[in-house]
Write a protein that binds this ligand. Structure first.
Ligand SMILES: NC(=O)c1ccc[n+]([C@@H]2O[C@H](COP(=O)([O-])OP(=O)(O)OC[C@H]3O[C@@H](n4cnc5c(N)ncnc54)[C@H](OP(=O)(O)O)[C@@H]3O)[C@@H](O)[C@H]2O)c1
Length: 346
């Protein structure tokens, strides 16, 4: 059996705050122990960043006994270096390339992916699709692709339907767009002019520049006045987009949002879902989704990749391990075109 490392490089959250204040790079951090039960030890090659990482850094106390100097990061791609005795034969093979997203509780306990090694329950991973590099797999099969998967399940988009994606150029939107298109929908992608080319390359039928059409709701009301939309996917979190939706979303259409979930309390949920129409509620179906990362979702996205439904992995940028703070700063700007990925090693 290969000798396992005793120490590793890892970023840790030394105090709560923005990444530049919170993060410290350690070069001799204790590496995870040999995996037991149904766990695998993964040598991480790439970790993709998510807005949720920064939220944890900001609000989850670092002094809790189970969370001292936690390692951040949800998404990863890498190879198996050891497997526990209960792991399936497929994932017992050292060197198998896997990817996915860690459970939120694992990251809350401080065992995140911004490190050279991580121990992961085998059921959370997908084998990397051959059509994608590890860089791309970290970006697509993690939170972004998995969130796109739960959104598309909620909608059950049919050929010929008309869907609008707000925030189409981000990590989630860029995967969702490809799936909606592959399912035969007409896709309207809301993004800034700078990202119009990119979303068209991903398959959007039309890019709608929200900066040129401000407020966008007025533009949508005019544009879709004769033929309303079947679905609106909101990956940017716009309350007016929902409030005004009866002017452009069919009466039996659905508004599916991912911003303002658990991390931001229950106000948007109560306001949009529970306030009756006679008290000013909006007469449209509203869903606010929250992802619990899961291997079956990662594997579903991997299958889309293998089957050619998702053909592109928009990567905004790749940063080195030492540049993780700059990578988070880019993410915090909310101007990423696809995923921001940190190359951990290899
Ligand atoms: N509920 C969940 O489980 C869940 C899971 C994953 C993500 N999320 C949340 O979903 C959101 C999107 O995640 P992500 O990973 O896709 O983020 P991201 O990659 O950081 O999104 C960046 C993109 O957002 C676009 N954008 C920024 N402001 C916009 C606006 N006002 N209107 C339209 N587009 C705008 C930018 O495009 P332009 O430069 O063209 O404006 C940029 O391409 C985040 O708030 C994240 O926290 C929630």
């Amino acid at each position: 059996m290969t000798e396992l490392p005793k120490t590793m490089k890892a970023w840790v959250v030394a105090r709560n705050g923005a990444p530049k204040d919170a993060l410290q790079l350690k070069t001799d951090w204790p590496a995870p122990a040999a995996p037991t039960g149904n766990n695998i030890l993964v040598k991480i090659s790439h970790a993709a960043l998510n807005p949720a990482d920064m939220h944890f850094m900001l609000v989850l106390p670092t002094w809790l006994p189970f969370r001292r100097s936690p390692i951040p990061g949800l998404d990863f791609a890498g190879e198996i270096v050891a497997a526990g005795p209960d792991v399936s034969p497929e994932l017992q093979k050292v060197g198998t390339k896997v990817c996915g997203s860690l459970g939120v509780s694992q990251v809350a306990f401080g065992k995140g992916s911004l490190a050279e090694y991580v121990q992961v329950p085998a059921e959370l991973v997908a084998v990397q699709p051959e059509r994608m590099s590890s860089l791309e797999a970290a970006g697509v099969m993690g939170c972004a692709g998995q969130t796109a998967a739960i959104m598309i399940k909620e909608a059950d988009v049919q050929p010929g339907q008309r869907v609008l994606i707000n925030g189409a150029s981000g990590g989630v939107g860029s995967v969702l767009l490809q799936i909606a298109k592959a399912k035969g929908a007409t896709v309207y992608a809301v993004c800034s002019e700078a990202n119009a080319e990119m979303v068209k390359r991903l398959g959007a039928d039309e890019a709608i520049d929200y900066k040129a059409h401000d407020p966008i709701e007025v533009h949508l009301a005019e544009k879709f006045k004769d033929e309303h939309l079947d679905f609106i996917f909101d990956c940017a979190g716009s309350q007016p987009l929902f409030t005004h939706s009866p002017k452009y979303l069919k009466a039996d259409g659905k508004f599916i949002n991912i911003v303002g979930g658990r991390s931001q309390g229950i106000v948007p949920f109560v306001r949009n879902k529970l306030v009756p129409v006679f008290l000013g509620g909006t007469p449209r179906s509203y869903r606010l989704l929250g992802l619990s990362p899961a291997g079956n979702l990662a594997r579903e996205v991997a299958k889309w990749v293998e089957e050619g439904l998702v053909t592109q992995a928009p990567i905004d940028s790749e940063f080195s391990m030492e540049e993780a703070v700059q990578a988070y700063e880019k993410l915090a700007s909310k101007r990423a075109k696809g995923k921001i990925v940190v190359k951990i090693q290899g």
